[in-house]
Each structure stands twice: as structure tokens, then as C-alpha cells.
Write a protein that binds this ligand. Structure first.
Ligand SMILES: Cc1ncc(COP(=O)(O)O)c(C=O)c1O
Length: 411
């Protein structure tokens, strides 16, 4: 049975931390989640009991570390329904997206092709494409966003209808307005018009919060970060179709990713190792394994149900506050648990600062999605984001902090 009050006991920081003399209400999980004791302990156990480098050693510790590292890969792959051979450990979602930009888009797209992404994206799903565009020569197009924070389907259909889209990169869930995009439906439309197109899904916000199956999503590449899903920083995942990875050149060169090196040239290791140059994030993989085990035990359907409950309460409570506007879809079923809002006449940085003094941690700024935030008619928003350890009882604290902020600035 999913019970957030019990779950909170597994998170030392959530349970014990005070800020400014008040019990912390942590509403910034879209930036990074807190970590359960199981993750912290698994990483400590690795360092205390079997710390060694992976793949190269013949001694017992190296074998144990390698086994744990590969078990982590298998568990993470299972968590998103992917083939472990297609699961590359990267530094974060950003690096996974850069890998696709440099090793796929730069090589496989050219003059006359369209790389289609959207105005809803995090910079991690915009800048890599912009970086490789001049060399590759493809046309970079963006699906506009409607005033209620959804993708403009008419504009999407028009661009896709050209039959020239060879790569479609889209976020599954917006980190600003929370919108959940109908990825499989969009992917189907792209493939119907351009059968050779590939679909890249930014799952940084969705994989931690929604049941995810890479085949059901119809994604060729799915990118996400460990630290937003109870795992440590320093590890991300690219879950790709192995045959696509096999046909792609390496992204980074060095140890581990080679089969043979002579001074004349190099042959590369098989996938996914071809894309894991240098010592990989071993402790982090062990931590991420513990994180996906923790989430799987709760059940991702139950995680989603809990967040729908929180969203229903939070959106209703925020809308009831005079002067507050909630951005993005208002129907909880259309969105995830990242809720951006505005308070009339107040700047998000001022709001975030005063709310912090009330013990409520929210994020203020452009959330690394400047083109999207501009469509909201602003340079910044205040964002409250929820996760498994948040309770409905914390929502009045959010509202009280907003009321305190309004009072502070009208004194
Ligand atoms: C939608 C989305 N994509 C990508 C990223 C990048 O994640 P990371 O900084 O872990 O690489 C984020 C981080 O906030 C995000 O919200």
C-alpha cells in the first residue's frame, strides 16, 4: 500500500531537515529528488565492501564490482522496458541527448532533412541540436506551444506532412508547465510521413514519475537522469535500440570503449561499451539500481496515482489564492507534478526567496527552458514540484507561504 507518510521515513533529509527554524517542505524534486536510505546505503556498501574498477580486473573485487555494475544496467533497462545492450550509462540526460546529437544527427541528417523539436523543451533538448546543425546542414524546426502549454498539433502536422522530418526530439513531460505529451501518437505520425525517421524522447521528467515502456512510447532513443528518480547525481541513461547504436560512431574516445588500438587506428568495443569511454559511474550505477528497486517496489502506477492526488489538491488550492495563475494544463490527467505559477505583480525570485524563509523550497527562474517560459509572457516562473514523499498535508504550507509572500510585499 502506497503511504507517503511511511515513505517519508525512508528519506533522512525529508524527515529531519529544518530550514530557517522551520520544518522543510521540499517542493523542488523536478530539479533533483531526495534520496532514500536504501540508495545511500547501497553506495556506501559499494565503497566499503567491493570498491574496484569494472570490466578490466581479474581479482575478486573487480568481478564483484563488474557484476554489480551490469546488474544495475539490467535493472534500469527492465525499469523502462529496454534491451540492456541498448542502455548506455552517461553522466546525465544532457549527455545522453548530446550523444544522440553528435553520433546520430550530425552523421545521419543533412541538407533537405528536418530535425523537428519543440518550443517546450529543456535547453538539454535544444542546444545539442543547435550545436550540430551548422555542420550537418539540416533544417531545425520547432513545434510551437499553445497558450495553455500544449504542443500546437496543427503546426506539428504541417511540418511532419512535408515528409522531411528525419529526427523528432520531444519531451515526454515538461519540466515547466507539466504537460504530458502524447509521445507514441506523435511518433506514429512522424513515422507515417517519414518511415526512416527516428524519435528521441527526453524522459528526464517522466521516467521518475510515470510507468515507462520504451516500446509503448515508440521511442528509438530515451534519455533520463538518475538524480531526479531517487538515484545519485553523476549518472544518466540513454536507452536506445541496440541496432541503432551499433551503426553509430562513438561519441567519446578512450579506455573501455575499444576492441583494439594500434597507432594506425582503433576498432571499437560492442554496444553499449562503445559509448562508455573511461571509468564509468560505478557507485552511481549501484545507487541507481537501488533507486529503481525502490520505485518498482512502490509500483510506478501507485506513484502516478499519488501524484494525481497531490496535483488535484495543489492546483485547486493554488487557483483559490487571489492573484495566482497556474500555468499549463489544469486537468491533472494531462500533466505531471511540476506546477509553475505566477503571483500578480511579484517577481518569481522574490517569491522563491520569501517562500524559502517560510520553509518551503520551490524553484524560481527560467528552468532552463527559456523559449517555453517566454511563451508564458514572462522571463521566469515559480515552480512547485512534487514527488513520492510529499503529502497532501504539505499543500496548506505551500498556500500559507504564498499568502505570507503576498503580505510581505504589500506591507
Ligand atoms: C525535461 C528535462 N530534460 C533534461 C534535463 C536535464 O537533466 P540533467 O541536468 O540531469 O542532464 C532536465 C533537468 O531539469 C529536464 O527537466
Amino acid at each position: 500500500m502506497f503511504d507517503a507518510t511511511t515513505i517519508r521515513k525512508d528519506f533522512p533529509l525529508i524527515l529531519e531537515r529544518q530550514v530557517h527554524g522551520k520544518r522543510l517542505v521540499y517542493l523542488d524534486s523536478a530539479a533533483t529528488s531526495q534520496k532514500p536510505r536504501a540508495v545511500i546505503d547501497a553506495m556506501a556498501r559499494y565503497y566499503e565492501e567491493y570498491n574496484a574498477n569494472v570490466h578490466r580486473g581479474v581479482h575478486a573485487l573487480a568481478e564483484e564490482a563488474t557484476e554489480a555494475f551490469e546488474a544495475a544496467r539490467a535493472a534500469v533497462a527492465r525499469f523502462v522496458g529496454a534491451d540492456p545492450r541498448g542502455c548506455v550509462f552517461t553522466k546525465n540526460a544532457t549527455e545522453a541527448l548530446n550523444l544522440v546529437a553528435y553520433s546520430y544527427a550530425r552523421r545521419r541528417l543533412g541538407e533537405g532533412d528536418i530535425l523537428l523539436t519543440t518550443q517546450m523543451e529543456h535547453h538539454a533538448n535544444l542546444v545539442p541540436w543547435q550545436l550540430v546543425q551548422p555542420e550537418a546542414g539540416f533544417e531545425l524546426r520547432y513545434v510551437p506551444v499553445t497558450p495553455d502549454g500544449r504542443l500546437d498539433r496543427t503546426a506539428f502536422d504541417e511540418i511532419v506532412g512535408t515528409g522531411r522530418v528525419k529526427l523528432f526530439a520531444v519531451t515526454h513531460m515538461s519540466n515547466v508547465v507539466g504537460t504530458i505529451n502524447p509521445v507514441a501518437e506523435l511518433a506514429g505520425a512522424v513515422r507515417a510521413a517519414s518511415p526512416e525517421a527516428v524519435v528521441v524522447v527526453d524522459g528526464a521528467q517522466s521516467v521518475p514519475h510515470l510507468p515507462t515502456d520504451v516500446l509503448a512510447l515508440d521511442a528509438d532513443f530515451l534519455c533520463f537522469s538518475g538524480h531526479k528518480m531517487l538515484g545519485p547525481t553523476g549518472i544518466g541513461v540513454l536507452a536506445a535500440r541496440p541496432e541503432l547504436l551499433e551503426a553509430m560512431p562513438p561519441f567519446l574516445g578512450g579506455g573501455e570503449m575499444i576492441s583494439n588500438v594500434t597507432l594506425e587506428g582503433t576498432t571499437f568495443n560492442e554496444v553499449p561499451y562503445k559509448f562508455e569511454a573511461g571509468t564509468p559511474p560505478i557507485a552511481e550505477a549501484v545507487g541507481l539500481h537501488a533507486a529503481v528497486d525502490y520505485l518498482s517496489t512502490l509500483g510506478m502506477d501507485a506513484v502516478r496515482r499519488h501524484e494525481l492526488d497531490l496535483l488535484g489538491h495543489a492546483i485547486g488550492a493554488l487557483e483559490a489564492v487571489e492573484g495566482v495563475t497556474v500555468h499549463g494544463p489544469h486537468q491533472p490527467s494531462d500533466r505531471g507534478a511540476a506546477v509553475s505559477f505566477a503571483i500578480a505583480g511579484l517577481h518569481p525570485h522574490d517569491i522563491g526567496t520569501i517562500m524559502d524563509r517560510e520553509g518551503v523550497a520551490v524553484r524560481a527562474g527560467h528552468h532552463c527552458a527559456k523559449p517555453l517560459v517566454r511563451t508564458l509572457g514572462s522571463a521566469a516562473t515559480t515552480r512547485a514540484s512534487f514527488y513520492i514523499y510529499n503529502t497532501v498535508e504539505e499543500i496548506p504550507a505551500l498556500v500559507d507561504a504564498i499568502e505570507a509572500t503576498k503580505r510581505f510585499f504589500t506591507r
